[in-house]
Write a protein that binds this ligand. Sequence first.
Ligand SMILES: Nc1ncnc2c1ncn2[C@@H]1O[C@H](COP(=O)(O)OP(=O)(O)OP(=O)(O)O)[C@@H](O)[C@H]1O
Ligand SMILES: N[C@@H](CCO)C(=O)O
Length: 319
Amino acid sequence: MAVFTAVSLDDLTQWIKQFPLGRALALDGISSGIDNSNFFLTTERGEYVLTIFENLRFEQLPFYVQLMRHLAQQGIPVPAPVPNGDGELVVTLHGKPAIIVSRLSGASQLDPQPVHCAEVGRMLARMHLAGRDFELHQPNLRGLDWILATAPEVQPFLSIEEAALLRTETAYQADFAAGATYAALPRGPVHADLFRNNVMFEGERLSGCFDFYFAGVDTWLFDIAVTVNDWCIDLATGRLIDARVRALLDAYHAARPFTQEEGAAWQPMLRAGALRFWLSRLYDLHLPRAAELLTPHDPTHFERILRERIERAAPQLPL
Ligand SMILES: Nc1ncnc2c1ncn2[C@@H]1O[C@H](COP(=O)(O)OP(=O)(O)OP(=O)(O)O)[C@@H](O)[C@H]1O
Ligand SMILES: N[C@@H](CCO)C(=O)O
């Protein structure tokens, strides 16, 4: 279940009048998702998604919502937020921040083939380029600073082997991020959570991506590493599947060519992407928020991926 705030069609009768969407005709709770309450909303004007934010506050939302608007305006297939009559994108519903966005067509592709990975790579490159002139700035809130602050908090819950891996990898990433190669990497707004469940396909064509609530400014390569670590692996072992990696990277490179520095940073960045999700999953498992309602994701999946990336070289970036 993933509707934490109950909303009925009756609740929307007055509320929806602030939007240029006509009357609300149907409202269906969406069962997937672990952070927010989401509903498919049909109005006289079309199909939308209503999101009520359960954890993010008003002041935390402009970066994410404006970024979606900016990207949608540039033709990237992301949900477009609908402004109300006063031009506001985030409004109150049942005392919580809420938005209405356009509904994307398609369905998740949970068994991706190289053709799907190529679509994801092409879209990610276009998204990075389209974000270059986005004016708001927020760092990646799950970046290195967060990793360095959070690792000590989970250390007491770990086995000796896990604790050693977390310590050595955190030190490795801090060292890598202090170097000249890292400093030269191109940066901008990144999605930072572009997993299979956040992308829609119609057949072999990518029809959209969503869930921008981990977006922030970081290196583009970090975003690519996070994406490859989910789309291009054998889920059971975490091992990279070369044909998928090649397809994703070649398609990305065709739209936004990689730099020499990115080539040099690729292997460490794949490790950074794995470390970030291993740590957030460890944190959610061992230090859940008081109001956490759903089962946390399995951290050992990303521990396996991290060990794999350390032990086995990944295909190089095309340069
Ligand atoms: N704009 C959209 N168009 C079509 N479907 C959408 C849209 N936004 C969300 N959905 C659907 O709602 C589901 C939940 O959305 P989302 O993943 O953003 O929720 P969440 O609670 O933030 O999830 P999580 O944090 O677990 O990824 C998605 O899996 C998707 O099926
Ligand atoms: N993609 C994250 C969940 C938050 O969206 C994970 O797999 O840990």
